[in-house]
Design a protein around this ligand. Structure first.
Ligand code: NAD
Length: 496
């Protein structure tokens, strides 16, 4: 039992104390079939429990089970019945929200209060939103001019979907994939990150309780190299829906290209966040600090590259520092914590390497920059701002995935837009100004799937989400989020 377990709800403590294997059909497999992986509490570095590194043979079983459910009970369930199941699952997530939040807080280190309020709520919203869709998926009749014919289309599911999720939003990312995939009538094999498997496994139990037929949702725990590879290369998998790093996304694109599987990718970002001097500075600074340090900066849409009009630069840096000093670093499961640890020792090394590299390249640390002295265990890092970095420094161009923001001055609108666009990514961007024309003109020129104006970080199941350039392919959420789990079939019938 770890310090984390001690403060958990009794059900959650029990579930997170025992070893887990792949969830196939209606239960976890009786054996792990291969190796165990330690699930580690990043707040202490101690092992929470063990998770199976599911080998190819069990992945094969999971995919075949999903395929049977696709050909059988889920594929043939009438749309409104599917809707009821998805609504019931949303209700069950809501009823078990505190428990689910504890798993993600324990394994990822994210503050439990925020996980409960944000991640779990977003997961519920995904199921509620997509539960409304199955009975509205329609084809069309087409006015062809090739003689008397009746030509129509049907929108049908793809089959078995491989859903692969990262560790930074475990439950929420699972929901973002599952809700539209299931609403469209597909069945799913979900592979959560090997760092955060518990909420996905519990979700599979809740899905059964909600009435999802056995085999419709299967969860294969494990590493990318063992479980992920076996899953994405399985011949019965029709689509790969991936959220994670650019490097792995590129590998999967190659696999999908070779095997001609459908693919969607939600990848990383290095998101420019622009503050003009005519902005509501109080709000802009609060948002800039929140997005830089929220979830320890381990967020794809973190506004980690702040560009500030020169005359207000000092005020912004001072405001960021005062916000950073008000944050409470601590374990995710402590309700007083507002910033948790980094997810792993490897991730902390990486963040420290970026800060070191920035200093070596001539930049300065405005505040933070190291490990907090009062938290010697776990993988904590202080909220940090870097100033005087150059546009081509790694700390400015690469996704750090830590509580590190660069703050750079600019002198004109043109310069701000041009420099903000110097990024290989294109997930999100932010603009703060009271000038409406400037807001529209600048936001339309920033390379980003989502641009926030006078706000930052808003997210909804209704609004399309995804990246351009190296930030991904395809969109989550909204109607587009459903479309990518459907295909169109056309029927030509002669009326001659
Ligand atoms: P990661 O790419 O290391 O891992 C993501 C998932 O892929 C994990 O489940 C991992 O086990 C699996 N995986 C790794 N190699 C694989 C392989 N060869 N075959 C199949 N699966 C494999 O990413 P991470 O560190 O877990 O997550 C952080 C990254 O995710 C960041 O880059 C972040 O920006 C990105 N992210 C993007 C979004 C978005 O909406 N665009 C949301 C959250 C996170």
């Amino acid at each position: 039992m770890t310090e984390g377990h001690a403060v958990m709800l009794s059900g959650a403590r029990k579930f997170s104390s025992v070893a887990h294997t792949a969830f196939i059909g209606n239960r976890e497999a009786s054996e792990n079939g291969g190796q165990w992986i330690d699930s580690v509490d990043p707040a202490t570095g101690k092992t929470i429990t063990q998770i199976a590194d599911t080998p190819a043979a069990l992945v094969d079983q999971a995919v075949r089970t999903a395929h049977e459910a696709f050909l059988g009970p889920w594929g043939s369930m009438p749309p409104m019945a599917r809707e009821r199941v998805l609504h019931r699952l949303a209700d069950l997530i809501e009823a078990n929200a505190d428990e689910l939040a504890q798993y993600d807080a324990l394994e990822s280190g994210k503050p439990v209060t925020y996980v409960r309020a944000i991640d779990v709520s977003l997961a519920i919203e995904q199921f509620r939103y997509y539960a409304g869709w199955p009975s509205k998926i329609e084809g069309a009749t087409l006015p062809v001019e090739t003689g008397p014919s009746h030509v129509y289309t049907r929108r049908v599911p793809l089959g078995v979907v491989a859903a692969i999720t990262p560790w930074n939003f475990p439950l929420c990312q699972a929901a973002i994939k599952l809700a539209p995939a299931l609403a469209a009538g597909n069945t799913v094999v979900l592979k959560p990150s090997e760092l955060t498997s518990l909420s996905a496994l519990r979700l599979a139990e809740l899905a059964l309780e909600a009435g999802l037929p056995e085999g419709t949702l299967n969860v294969v725990t494990g590493t990318g190299a063992t479980t992920g590879e076996a899953l994405v290369t399985h011949p019965l998998v029709e689509k790969i829906s991936f959220t994670g790093s650019e490097a792995v996304g590129r590998q999967l694109a190659q696999r999908a290209g070779r095997d001609l599987k459908h693919l969607s990718l939600e990848l990383g970002g290095k998101n420019p966040h622009l503050i003009f001097r005519d902005a509501d500075l109080e709000k802009a600074i609060a948002a800039a600090a929140t997005t830089a340090f929220f979830y320890t900066g381990q967020v794809c849409f973190a506004g980690s590259r702040l560009l500030v009009e020169r005359s207000v630069l000092d005020e912004v840096v001072a405001g960021l520092e005062s916000h950073a000093r008000s944050l409470v670093l601590g374990p995710g499961l402590d309700p007083r914590s507002t910033v948790g640890p980094l997810s792993s020792a490897k991730q902390r090394d990486k963040v420290e390497g970026y800060v070191r590299g920035a200093l070596e390249a001539g930049a300065r640390v405005a505040f933070g920059g190291g490990r907090p002295a009062d938290l010697p265990d776990g993988y904590f890092h202080e909220p940090t701002a870097i100033v005087d970095a150059k546009d081509d420094d790694a700390v400015v161009t690469e996704e750090i995935f830590g509580p590190v923001v660069t703050v750079q001055p600019f002198d004109s609108v043109e310069e701000a837009v041009e420099r903000a666009g110097r990024t290989s990514y294109g997930l999100t961007a932010g603009v703060w100004t009271r000038d409406l024309s400037k807001a529209h003109a600048v936001s339309s020129r920033l390379p980003a799937g989502t641009t926030w104006v006078n706000t930052y970080g808003d997210f909804s199941a209704v609004a399309p989400w995804g990246g351009i350039r190296n930030s991904g392919l395809g969109r989550d959420c909204g109607a587009e989020g459903l479309d990518k789990f459907l295909q169109t079939r056309t029927t030509w019938m002669s009326l001659a």
